[in-house]
Ligand binder design. Sequence first.
Ligand code: URA
Ligand code: SF4
Length: 217
Amino acid sequence: MSRDPWRILEEEILNCTKCKLHMYRRRAVPGEGNRNSVLVFIGEAPGEKEDEQGRPFVGPAGKLLTELIESTGYRREDFYITNIVKCRPPGNRDPEDDEINACLPYLIKQLELVKPRIIVCLGRHSARTIFKLAGLKWTNMSTQHGKVYSIRLFNFNVKIIPTYHPAAALYNPQLKSSLEEDFKKSIKPVLSEVLEARSVKKTLLDFSCEKKSSLLK
Ligand code: URA
Ligand code: SF4
């Protein structure tokens, strides 16, 4: 029997030494949540609390992210949450390009497994990395946050929405209102649209199955 691809991937991340961040971490943080989610949140890197607990977004920025998610009427467990790099940079410095590049195959594998319809990039490092991966032009957060970029990525259609990092919004009320607005005016409506389309498709499928089975009777 073949082994669970998620287990293999997580074990690989937990034991990874592909970049220098492995020297400083307590625990690598692969990601968590609904592996069949239509939406994936991608942050930057684990912070202190995440490094301690081995879970993403469990510190103060995580508390804000959870509140923002709940403001859309969903719970954080409904979605998959991960980061660009899986190990904490010392002193919470920005992740460097060689670290991002070394870690990227793990994120790509996660996206291939989840096949989300929506990717929300939290913060500029997440956005610039995902935009590059998608072949999109990244300029800056102030002009691009809250916009919806529909593209094809690894054989599936996906909508990419960049927004501010919750940690940046914690002490900046203006960024916090932009972040709240992006959740309200972009993320929530796009999510409803995708889920609606999915339920229509399911109803049509159920209908054609019913029709087939009644024809068989
Ligand atoms: N900031 C991030 O980008 N990711 C986390 O998991 C926590 C804080
Ligand atoms: Fe490996 Fe990524 Fe951790 Fe670097 S950040 S050691 S590539 S898991």
